[in-house]
Design a protein around this ligand. Structure first.
Ligand code: ADP
Ligand code: MG
Ligand code: MG
Length: 253
């Protein structure tokens, strides 16, 4: 059992107009096996939270903590975070020219585990995971994300999730731009990783649609850089029906 704990996190960025505080005291605890959905309007700071957990240099933590089983995550370099078992699916996955998927996956797996995966079982595991995610076998020899469609990139993200077996995954708008078939395939992949590895999941989304396929244990409404309300799945239903007005109104007053 592992715990990812975010306590009173404040994060700022440098803009042309000066320093701007984006996260204004985020507190959130995720345990192994739990699915937490973070829902909120555009610009509320959801991706900033994801990027901060991932260690993106653009974002400065001014106060608060992120710990994993008591270890200070904020002290860890990006690759150390991955080795500690954190996985971040980027909202806009990058292209890596000249590096094939096969080489990328094997290199990343080796870096994360601290040893190379067994050649024979690894190739089989990759093939099996690709099949389940309906990724064409040709993809193994293509360069990472080069010319991949939006849906293909998402499948490849989930492929990494299945192969790297992280303790915690942060999925930022994994549902955006997916048609209904791709959404189902991707959701099934997340659910498999969740069940087989007891992974804790932070599922960041703007829309409730993906929550029909990935059932959250907890829902957090994210507004203006902090969690405005927490609840169970019923909170997502309320958002679907009424939108974010109830949470935004106090800000405008
Ligand atoms: P969300 O993912 O909820 O839509 P973001 O975390 O992307 O929200 O953005 C939160 C706020 O921070 C927005 O006002 C956005 O314009 C601002 N912001 C985030 N990253 C940057 C950046 N790199 N440069 C300038 N502004 C940023
Ligand atoms: Mg505070
Ligand atoms: Mg975002």
């Amino acid at each position: 059992m592992s715990t990812l704990e975010i306590k009173d996190l404040h994060v700022s960025i440098e803009t042309e107009q000066g320093v701007k505080e984006i996260l204004k005291g985020v507190t959130l605890t995720i345990k192994s096996g739990e699915i937490h959905a973070i829902m909120g309007p555009n610009g509320s700071g959801k991706s900033t939270l994801a990027s901060t957990i991932a260690g993106h240099p653009r974002y400065t933590v001014t106060s608060g903590t992120i710990t994993m089983d008591g270890e200070n995550v904020l002290d860890m370099a990006v690759d150390e975070r991955a080795r500690a078992g954190l996985f971040l699916a980027m909202q806009y996955p990058v292209e890596v020219p000249g590096v094939t998927m096969t080489n990328f996956l094997r290199t990343a797996k080796t870096a994360i585990d601290g040893e190379a995966p067994k050649l024979r079982t690894w190739a089989k595991d990759v093939r099996a995971a690709m099949e389940k995610l309906k990724i064409d076998a040709d993809f193994a020899n293509r360069n990472v994300n080069e010319g991949f469609s939006g849906g293909e990139k998402k499948r490849v993200e989930i492929l990494q999730l299945e192969l790297f077996k992280p303790k915690f995954a942060v999925l930022d708008e994994t549902d955006s731009g997916l048609d209904i078939d791709a959404l189902r395939v991707v959701s099934d992949g997340v659910n498999r990783a969740q069940e087989s590895n007891d992974m804790g999941t932070l599922l960041i989304t703007h829309y409730t649609r993906i929550l029909n396929y990935i059932k959250p244990d907890f829902v957090h409404v994210f507004v203006d850089g902090r969690v405005a309300e927490q609840g169970g799945p019923e909170l997502a239903d309320e958002l679907e029906a009424n939108g974010y007005d109830r949470f935004l109104a106090p800000l405008k007053a």
